[in-house]
Ligand binder design. Structure first.
Ligand code: FHN
Length: 473
């Protein structure tokens, strides 16, 4: 944190973490699901025999379809196979404890029957309120729902970008003093006022319509036009929170008045958790700056919406996703796996298989993922460790050739005391582990070897050892 505090009106409204019950629950999720679904699922990255390699949910800008063609796709949107209960069941089986759903992506198409535009699900052959079906089905499964909402809306005549505040040139101009005006004409600025009212109306509508949802997940808030309206956005955030006590909003909603996103000019996190980890994970606890955070991850590379051709990039395996999940948990974050259902409402078979793979592992090892935080152990080469109360979970991804997991225990703060492993067990089958002396290094740190029995060693998946430490003299 910076020493000299800058007086900000619209920076963070809190120093440190939010600690009410809703946020504590958020912190304990461990694993979540993201769903990107909208009319872009109809082309699925392909049009007139041509394929885009770019993100399928951006298909309107791919150059393969005219804007007019794209803007009329909704007239065909009829996902007859959509079964919210089936999706929720699958997410539950995967082990997800929260789900984020795209109510409106950048194209502006609304998956709920918004009163404020005709470009909604109500005017498709399908007609039914998809957001409601999902909120109800997931909530019934005990999975908390968060509503994704794109600030960018290509369907609204008043929408205007002004450029991306992340571009150094734009940020510098914005911050160079004076009253930076991103608008080119007065008329544009006036129309943006309509867009702001529209956005506010839609957000209040979502909060009113779906009281069971737990939070709003914003995206596309990098436009200078939006950033310029930081004071207004801040007020809107307060209005939404007042309507829905406990509402969770991440750092992608608003900027401070100096154009800083996520973290304000004083180094404080804006809103409830850090949303910067898109398809990336922090490497160390220091990287996270002690903020709450989650990571959202695609299964192929940067395809969020449905793309017919998954041969275009590497496709992550359940193993990859499990490793990222546990790594995230070991650094105090939640991990969120994205799904992109097709235009008929099917979750593709590859995704179903992956969800099953992750779920089978979670079935046995969920204790190492849910409600945990970073452990007192330092990062070690065999994998990642998490902790809940006195239980420390070692999730082993790199199995040593000698079938012994060497664990370095922390040094005691009290002279003449040392930590020993009091108890160790493999959580699959609750099998007690043999712990042998693993030596001591010249700095006075102690090591223990946990012997991996053949039954565990023969398995291909990562395994979890639960240990308890005890301080002895
Ligand atoms: O442009 C979007 C993208 O399509 C996707 O929705 C991701 C999800 O985090 N967010 C944006 C890029 O940051």
């Amino acid at each position: 944190r910076n020493k000299e505090r800058i007086a900000l009106k619209h920076g963070a409204h809190r120093e440190g973490k939010r600690n009410d019950a809703a946020m504590q629950k958020w912190r304990e999720y461990g694993l979540g699901q993201f769903i990107h679904w909208g009319v872009y699922a109809i082309p699925g990255g392909q049009w007139n025999g041509k394929t885009t390699t770019y993100a399928a949910e951006w298909f309107r800008t791919s150059g393969l379809i005219t804007h007019e063609e794209y803007d009329n796709l909704y007239k065909q949107f009829n996902p007859v196979n959509f079964d919210a209960k089936e999706w929720a069941k699958q997410a539950k089986e995967m082990g997800a404890r929260y789900m984020i759903f795209t109510t409106k992506h950048h194209d502006g198409f609304c998956m709920w029957p918004s009163k404020y535009t005709d470009y909604t699900i109500a005017n498709t052959p399908y007609k039914k309120d998809i957001v409601k079906e999902l909120v109800d089905a997931y909530t019934a499964e005990g999975i908390d729902v968060y509503l994704y909402f794109s600030i960018i809306d290509w369907s609204h005549p008043g929408y205007y970008s002004g450029g991306n505040i992340n571009s150094p040139k734009i940020k510098e101009t914005f911050q160079s003093g004076g009253d930076y005006n991103p608008f080119e004409t007065e008329e544009q600025e006036e129309r943006y006022e309509d867009f702001k009212s529209f956005t506010r109306n839609q957000l209040l509508e979502l909060v009113d319509n779906y009281p069971a949802m737990k939070g709003l997940w914003f995206d596309g808030s990098w436009d200078v036009a939006w950033v310029k309206n930081a004071a207004w956005v801040d007020t809107l955030g307060m209005e939404l929170r007042a309507k829905h006590p406990g509402l969770i909003i991440g750092s992608r909603f608003r900027s401070d008045e100096l154009g800083n996103r996520h973290v304000d000019a004083n180094g404080d996190l804006i809103d409830d958790y850090d949303q910067r980890y898109e398809r990336s994970l922090p490497s160390t606890l220091e990287d996270t700056k002690g903020f709450d955070w989650d990571c959202v991850m695609t299964i192929p590379e940067n395809q969020w919406g449905y793309h017919r051709d998954w041969s275009l990039s590497y496709v992550k395996t359940p193993y990859d996703l499990i490793e990222m999940t546990v790594k995230a948990n070991s650094l105090n974050g939640n991990f969120v796996i994205n799904f992109g259902p097709d235009g008929e409402g099917n979750i593709r078979t590859e995704e179903t298989k992956i969800a099953k793979g992750v779920g089978e592992w979670m079935d046995v090892n969920r204790e190492a993922v849910y409600g945990v935080h970073n452990s007192v152990l330092e990062k070690q080469d065999w994998g990642y460790s998490t902790q809940k109360g006195e239980s420390i979970y070692l999730t082993v991804f790199n199995k040593p050739m000698n079938d012994r997991v060497r664990v370095k225990v922390p040094r005691s703060k009290t002279k003449d005391m040392i930590f020993v492993i009091e108890h160790a067990e493999f959580i699959s089958g609750k099998q007690e582990a043999i712990v042998a002396d693993g030596g001591r290094d010249k700095y006075g740190s102690y090591y223990y070897d946990i012997v991996i029995p053949r039954k565990v060693s023969n398995k291909k998946e990562p395994f979890v050892i639960k240990i308890k430490l005890k301080e002895v003299d």
